[in-house]
Design a protein around this ligand. Structure first.
Ligand code: ATP
Ligand code: MG
Length: 750
């Protein structure tokens, strides 16, 4: 296949053909930057006969690298396998493996993940006799990481404490020493952490010119995607590697720079022009991905940022539908509306589930969405993370709750006995389990009198643990499921440990645990639930989590992910959920104009992922910190030029909700009057027969009698046949009127 040049526009072709010399494409979303990089590599190999071993292409994620490789393979065949292609971390670890001896490392050095690094830091802080409430492990870890990403070695750090501002000088004067000890210990153990993979590559090239020279002559072409999100360390490495041949091509979009909080530095774009005076700058302005409405809506949003390179993105694609705004009463309803919309759009337009993506600002938001999708049997995958109930912190709290309910539960016991750390190691745990087996008794019996089995040293912490669990068992008898779960999260120390972790990951874990508590609160407040005990909740969760989606290899799934993960990707249909103040823009992130602008760029990234249709949704109420809160629609909704957006009529947000006074008040906008949960709906005395089977409702008419597995018996008052979604207004004997979508309602004509 050589006609790839024919599928490019003029400036794109120029980007592909200008193979030699420095080149930069800074262009809007969907304008074909990644496509240019891909074809450029194909062109180098196929037309210019360049050896794939001498081309290095750096991407932001492994997934992006894989996709690019597959596309290149389509043009050039198997040769594509020999490219140096991957994320910065993966490509540089390959170089480091070959050259480690220059830095005194073994070739098979270990790579520490963040847990390994943190446990080493914890040990060092302890050994140095420092207060671990001041030198919190996560704080120290992120300081060291930030230093490495800015190329500050421990020697620099110690020499120049001002480098790190207040921390080094006043608050935490010992961080430099911890950094030093940490670096030396890693070195002695033959281990590098993630940041070392970049930091040490830079060091290798700085201190061993012969090595740098070798790679400068081996790698003839360097290509970088998503250049706007590179940090200083990455920038220097690119510059060093390409300083002989200067065949370097970077592509990016300043409007999509969304990693400043991780040290990405947008000034790299400006520095590039300065560092390469012969730089060829190519502009791409035509968007090929999205409809006119989507492109123009995105333009109207990004225009509001001050710090932006001027661009005029346009498209020759069809005008397309307006962006649709979905308003929901609650987060659960938001999930339900989105799931319903996906289902209907898929049916109506014969799409695949994989054509759909649901994006959110923070990970914890996936819970309500996942539950709604599961209820409708829509398959999904959570990209770049685990599905909600698979996340460690969620499993941890659930294990506490389960063990409190049932002290025979060995798996939960093993999970929580030393969590947070209380000095009870694996060997102690084994002794307890063995003792229980030997004596034919339960773990709990042994725990209550542990000294003879485990020795006096750990007996103290075990006694404390037992006392704590006993306290919890009393809580669950006295309190409702939410209050009890909250006490357990707090009393166990789990919540505190997460709260104190101020890293981005820590924050996300804390939000997840809060979201689990919110789910319990919602469960307790749900008028349709009869059994509101913790046991009932846990049972429901087990049912939800029992289906193991990981083993399901079917690729046709809806994609769920954070906007950060969605960078560079595209989907026919995009649903951006949680468009509410405090959630998006995130409350934590907007203490300055620069941060607000970064959040807005994130919104720009979200909008520009959509090819055909974009839906934005928000909920009027949402549980946060265990309370039902009113939410304000996001200010970003006002950023969109209103001529490109309309309120969804199909999913006005209340059609499928009970037409209670509560819901009516919400739509008519008297939001402020609602301060608590909706008034409980009376539980019905009706019990569905075990053999209940819904019947075909295509012949349903006004006046007919029906039976619903939850709402009992009722009479059809009115039919609404307009549109694909037929609806029936039904008067149920026990609970009154409800309007149901017939494609989803389980009804039996009686
Ligand atoms: P982002 O900023 O989101 O990373 P991008 O600039 O990298 O976007 P691409 O992903 O390369 O854009 O391209 C967007 C879409 O447009 C892709 O589906 C791509 O195949 C298509 N495309 C790009 N250029 C052309 C073209 N000249 N003709 C047809 N389709 C094109
Ligand atoms: Mg791209």
């Amino acid at each position: 296949m050589t006609d790839y040049l024919a599928t490019l526009n003029e400036p794109q072709r120029e980007g592909v053909l200008t193979t030699d010399g420095p080149c930069m494409l800074i262009a809007g979303a969907g304008s074909g930057k990644t496509r240019v990089l891909t074809y450029r590599i194909a062109h180098l190999i196929q037309q210019k006969g360049v050896d794939p071993f001498s081309i290095m292409a750096l991407t932001f994620t492994n997934k992006a690298a894989k996709e690019m490789r597959e596309r290149i393979e389509k043009v050039v065949g198997h040769d594509a396998r020999n490219l140096w292609m991957g994320t910065f971390h993966s490509v540089f670890s390959r170089i480091l493996r070959a050259e480690a001896h220059h830095l005194g490392y073994p070739h098979d050095f270990t790579i520490y993940d963040s847990d390994d690094s943190k446990s080493l830091i914890r040990t060092i802080v302890k050994e140095m006799g420092l207060d671990d409430t001041v030198y919190k492990v996560n704080t120290v870890y992120s300081r060291i990481s930030a230093a490495k990403n800015r190329l500050i070695s421990w020697e620099d750090y110690l020499r120049n404490a001002e480098l790190m501002g207040d921390d080094a000088a006043n608050l935490r004067p010992e961080i430099g020493k911890i950094y030093k000890t940490y670096a030396m210990r890693c070195f002695k153990s033959g281990a590098m952490d993630f940041d070392d993979l970049l930091f040490n590559t830079d060091k290798l090239f700085k201190e061993h010119l012969e090595v740098l020279n070798k790679y400068q002559h081996r790698i003839h072409y360097v290509l970088v995607d998503e250049f706007q999100d590179t940090n200083l360390c990455q920038y220097y490495i690119i510059r060093k590697l390409s300083s002989v041949k200067e065949n370097v091509c970077v592509v990016g979009d300043d409007a999509q720079s969304i990693y400043a909080f991780r040290g990405a530095d947008i000034t790299n774009i400006l520095n590039f022009e300065r560092d390469y005076p012969d730089l060829k700058v190519i502009k791409l302005e035509q968007n090929y991905r999205s409809t006119q409405n989507i492109v123009q809506a995105a333009n109207s949003v990004i225009k509001r940022n001050r710090a932006q390179l001027p661009k005029n993105v346009w498209t020759a694609n069809e005008e397309g539908n307006l962006i649709e705004l979905i308003k929901a009463v609650s987060d659960n309803e938001e999930g339900r509306l989105v799931a319903t919309s996906i289902f209907q759009e898929k049916m109506q337009h014969q799409l695949k589930f994989s054509d759909f993506a649901i994006l959110y600002r923070t990970n914890s938001q996936s819970r309500a969405i996942e539950e709604a999708l599961r209820r409708m049997n829509i398959k999904y995958k959570v990209v770049g993370g685990l599905s909600f109930y698979q996340r460690k912190e969620i499993k941890d709290l659930l294990a506490y709750l389960r063990f409190t309910m049932n002290q025979q539960d060995e798996a939960s016991f093993r999970r929580i006995i030393n969590l947070p750390k209380r000095g009870i190691g694996d060997s102690t745990v084994d002794k307890i389990v063995v003792a229980a087996n030997d004596h034919g008794t339960s773990i709990w019996e042994i725990l209550q009198n542990a000294t003879p089995f485990v020795g006096g040293r750990v007996a103290g912490p075990i006694d404390d643990f037992v006392a704590m669990i006993k306290r919890f068992t009393i809580e669950i008898q006295r309190k409702d499921a939410y209050d009890a779960a909250f006490e357990i999260a707090k009393g166990s120390g789990l919540l505190r440990e997460l709260y104190e972790d101020k890293t981005v990951e820590g924050l996300s874990r804390y939000e997840n645990v809060q979201e689990l508590l919110n789910a319990i609160k919602e469960y307790v407040d749900d008028p349709e639930r009869q059994d509101k005990t913790l046991g009932a909740f846990l049972q429901e969760v087990s049912l939800v989590t029992g289906q193991d989606e990981d083993k399901d290899k079917d690729p046709d799934k809806v994609t769920l992910m954070t906007i950060h993960m969605a960078k560079g990707l595209e989907f026919k249909y995009v649903y951006m959920v949680g468009m509410e103040e405090d959630l998006f823009p995130s409350q934590m992130m907007i203490s300055s104009r620069a941060e607000l602008e970064e959040e807005r760029r994130l919104f720009y990234v979200a909008i520009t992922r959509a090819e055909k249709r974009l839906f934005l949704s928000y909920a009027l109420t949402r549980y946060r910190f265990g309370r039902l809160k009113n939410c304000e629609p996001s200010r970003f909704l006002d950023d969109i030029d209103q001529s490109f957006i309309k309120v969804s009529t199909k999913f006005s947000g209340l059609e499928s909700a009970p037409p209670s006074d509560y819901a009516k008040k919400l739509v008519t906008g008297i939001k402020k009057t609602i301060t608590s949960a909706p008034p409980a709906q009376k539980p019905t005395a009706y019990k569905a027969p075990a053999d209940f089977v819904p019947s075909d409702t295509s012949s349903l008419k006004e006046g007919m009698k029906v039976e619903h597995p939850k709402f009992g018996f009722g009479t059809v008052l009115q039919m609404d046949m307009s549109g694909a979604d037929r609806k029936a207004k039904i008067n149920f004997t026990e609970i009154g009127e409800k309007t149901l979508l017939l494609s989803f309602a389980k009804l039996r004509i009686v």
